[in-house]
Design a protein around this ligand. Structure first.
Ligand code: SF4
Length: 231
C-alpha cells in the first residue's frame, strides 16, 4: 500500500476478518456450516468446503460499501470469499465490473485475480444460515464486525448499498439511523456526506422471478457511481 493511512486501514480490516474466522458465537450457524461442508452439493462433491465464517474483502479506501445478507451455502461457504462461486456473486461482480468497481466481471474462487477498486463487500451475518434466514440474535452477534468495518471505512465511504431488507435494517441499526423505509432504489442521505441506497438482494428467488431485473440492478450501480463521481 502506498501510504500509512491506507496500510493501517488494510491491517484493521484484516484483523476484523481474523476475529471473524475464529468466531463461534452462534452455535446453530457454527453447526450448520460444518454440516453443509461435510454433506456438500453434488456439483461440488469433490471440493473441500471452507465451512467457517467467511471473510469480507475489497478496497480498504472504498467509496462504495456493499452490505449483503450472508454467505451462500455452496458459494462463500464453499470458496471462503463472500459473493464468490454463486449466482448472487455473479450478478454483483458483473455489475461492479460494468461500473468500474472491479477489474473483471466474474467471481469464482479466492485466487481468481478479482480486484475491487473503490468498493468493499461485507455482510450482515458471516456464517450461512439455514434457509438464508439468520435469527435476530445471530444478526445482533455479528453486528460487531459490521460496525467495526463501517468505522474503519468511515473516512472514504460515500455510498452504502444494502442488498435486501435484512442488510438495510442491519446498517440502520449499526449506525443508529431511524425512520427509513426499505424499498428497491430508495435513496437516503445519511450522516451528512453519505448516501444510503437500498436494493433488492440479487438472490435467485428475485432474479429468476423478475422481481429484480438486470436493468433494475445495473441502474443501482450507475446511480452509486454517479453519486461518487459527483461528490
Ligand atoms: S454469524 Fe457472525 S457472530 Fe455468528 S458465529 Fe458467524 S461470524 Fe460469529
Amino acid at each position: 500500500m502506498s501510504n500509512g493511512i491506507l496500510a493501517k486501514e488494510d491491517l484493521l480490516l484484516h484483523k476484523v476478518n481474523e476475529r471473524t474466522i475464529r468466531c463461534k458465537l452462534c452455535p446453530r450457524l457454527t453447526k450448520y456450516i460444518r454440516e453443509v461442508g461435510q454433506t456438500k452439493t453434488r456439483k461440488y462433491i469433490d471440493q473441500d468446503y471452507w465451512a467457517k465464517p467467511v471473510p469480507t474483502f475489497g478496497d480498504p479506501k472504498a467509496k462504495l460499501l456493499v452490505i449483503g445478507l450472508a454467505p451462500a451455502a455452496n458459494g462463500g461457504n464453499r470458496t471462503g470469499r463472500i459473493f464468490t462461486g454463486d449466482s448472487s456473486g455473479d450478478w454483483l461482480v458483473k455489475a461492479l465490473f460494468k461500473t468500474g468497481f472491479a477489474n473483471k466481471p466474474t467471481s469464482i474462487s479466492k485466487d481468481d485475480g478479482l480486484i475491487l477498486k473503490d468498493a468493499y463487500l461485507t455482510l450482515t451475518a458471516r456464517c450461512t444460515p439455514p434457509q438464508n434466514k439468520p435469527n435476530p440474535s445471530e444478526i445482533s452477534n455479528c453486528s460487531q464486525y459490521l460496525i467495526s468495518e463501517i468505522k474503519i471505512l468511515e473516512k472514504t465511504t460515500k455510498v452504502i448499498l444494502t442488498l435486501g431488507k435484512i442488510a438495510f435494517d442491519g446498517y440502520c441499526n449499526a449506525r443508529n439511523v431511524k425512520g427509513l423505509k426499505f424499498g428497491h432504489n430508495k435513496i437516503y442521505p445519511v450522516h451528512n456526506d453519505k448516501t444510503l441506497i437500498a436494493s433488492y438482494h440479487p438472490s435467485r428467488r428475485n432474479t429468476n422471478t423478475g422481481t429484480l431485473t438486470w436493468q433494475m440492478w445495473i441502474n443501482i450501480f450507475e446511480t452509486a457511481r454517479s453519486i461518487i463521481n459527483n461528490k
